[in-house]
Write a protein that binds this ligand. Sequence first.
Ligand SMILES: N[C@@H](CCC(=O)NCCCC(=O)O)C(=O)O
Length: 250
Amino acid sequence: MARPVIGIIGNHHLINDEYPAQAVGVMNVSVVAEVCDAVPVVLPANPAHVSVEDALSVCNGFILPGGRPNVHPEEYGHEETEAHGAFDRDRDRLVLPLIREAVARGVPVLGLCRGFQEMAVAFGSTLHPEIRDLPGRMNHRMPPDGTLEEKFELRHWVTLNPGGRFARLFGADEVFTNTLHGQGIEEAGARVVVDGRAPDGTAEAIYIEGAPGFAMGVQWHPEWNAAADPVSRPLFEAFGRAAAGLRRAA
Ligand SMILES: N[C@@H](CCC(=O)NCCCC(=O)O)C(=O)O
């Protein structure tokens, strides 16, 4: 049986600050090939080039990777402010409906960082533009001038709901993670279950209640060092098994 196909949503990127491209980090590509045991396919994040139906007809699962631009606040009913920073409206317009449709059809979805935020927004959550400005919250952003190792260094614990989905998947009630984000979930939508939190209360692990398939997201970046990391590996293996199951059933 051929391996399942996992679509990785691209990010708008300018090569040499000039040439427009759709980019996906090699970390995401290699984790799909080597840990999910699936074929990685980069999906341009623009509904003018790929429709929701196109994506669902080609892929057995989707990784929604991190990306600097924030989901536009209009998508969760907030006014745009300077604090919201840059956007990628093409990605918003493809991914939000894609998440809803994939989840409804039981097609596996795994959200990472911005992708976690997209899953939350797709199911009715609101985001705060800069969570470190909230009382009692810590800075979850990456060190701006560090090496990649410093940026992706594991920096805080995430406490998982005992006996919850993530705790069962990891075989632990706490995991140690990296953190590279400014935004965070403000109010979770009705079907968005917050299954893990950072020490300051920030939502870190979610799943979609009632989803017929794998529908999980993490605010951190498990793709870093995924093959060797004892937390990342079971997450991507479970996602890969879900995609393989869907392919066998097709
Ligand atoms: N924009 C959001 C999401 C942050 C995120 O996905 N960071 C990873 C960036 C990696 C990259 O630069 O490609 C936020 O800041 O909360």
